[in-house]
Write a protein that binds this ligand. Sequence first.
Ligand code: BG6
Length: 510
Amino acid sequence: MKKTSNQMLIIFGASGDLTARKLIPAIYNLYKGNHLPDNFVVLGVSRSNMDSDEFRSRVVLESEFLKGKIGKEKKEFIQNFADKLFYEDLGTDYDTSYEKLANRIKQLDQEHGTAGNLIFYLSTPPSLYETIAKNLHEQGLTQENEGWKRIIVEKPFGYDLASAKELNHGLHTYFKEEQVYRIDHYLGKETVQNLLVTRFSNSIFEPLWNRRYIHHVEITNAETVGVEKRGGYYDKSGAFRDMFQSHLLQIVSLIVMEPPISADPEEIRDEKVKALKSIRLMKDEETIIKNTLRGQYVASNIKGEKVKGYREEEGVNPDSTTETFAAIKFFVDNWRWKDVPFYVRTGKAMPTKVTEVVIHFKAPHHEVFKSQDVYKKDNKLVIRIQPDEGILLKFGVKIPGLGFHVEQANMDFYYSDLDSAQVMDAYERLLLDAMQGDTTLYARADEVEAAWKFVDPILKCWENNPSVNTYGYAAGTWGPRNSDDLIEDSFGWRNPGDLLTDESGFCILC
Ligand code: BG6
């Protein structure tokens, strides 16, 4: 097991939602699971006027996000956790002298024996990344002469290619790339990591993982919720920036990549970058319009309840054409994937929450049971990222009786059947990796830029071209009906249900 050195985690934006909702619960889980080092301190930093006790009450003792977890524990155990947390008020501006902050860090470091090892977690808008990095640097807090220094930054990493490059440049002015951890919480999901294991630890899949046997690859990411309280952010972002540029392209890179030389972080990241660079760029408008589709949910009734349309959501422009659904077809220009189409879609206000990858295999070259229609039911490998996590293989079997009637059978595996150690939540896993200096599941600068390079021309075309439509779809359905037209020569999207083996079809009314 890797060692976790004594250290201090300094969270910028500590009074924000992410800290209470995700970060502190993840640190609490690490505490409960005995993964924290002996000497460990969290210092929350932001612009709210509060002291350490108020911070502890807010994010631990009275936190609605920890209630379920700490309710059953002994008071002393919880207090011991809360006592690891401290707070420093930065005043009115993040761009200020960090001298007082530096003194507080020094004092806590000495009192708690954290060995000068510091992780700065920036849970702030990206526009503050460079400012914070500069001010830390001015106080000597980025230098590694006494203990290591790391910086974790949240998504979105940039708004387009130019701003992502600017952010990278800004961070690289004060930190070396090895010190920078760009978080993508999808990489913290066990099932996303399992894509690597499924491919590279089984000799039954890898020989088939190429253009000779794969007909097409399909990825669906669906959420039942709308934009909730994030209308202001989302309306400027849209589904393609919010989900595709980061999480879904990360999944694509794991499916597309070549086998890495070893499990070393840089070897894996090198292959992922190569994979992203090999996705064929769509440069002209005609190609983009033909191969992409935008949708937006409109009001509907789901299970007897009226559901708002996107334009009626708080913070959203009532004339907005921002997409809450995006679908795309693209190709990968390399030896392995030549001519294999990839179809990816993501959407909010859809029938079920699900993320899955479906590998559709080609029909056998010589069709012996031609009359049986079986070739229309391709072999599929369904890798379910969430929920009801698991893997499903669909293959043809003979129906007992006369003749050769073929039907599809399911072979399924469920993560919940494993009785091994408890599965870590994504933030928990990623935080522990950063604490141990493991960058494998963090995006590298060139990786993020390669993703933006593909996404950028599409977003520009959508923004600048009035003939790009945003199609409406009733909240609670599988997106605009014409998204099926994107998949030619096959059977449209697999519309999954709540469970791995469900196939719900286009629309369920209840
Ligand atoms: C976030 C997006 O990165 O991922 C959200 O900004 C989205 O819009 C969320 O809801 C989905 O995460 P998960 O883990 O629930 O699939």
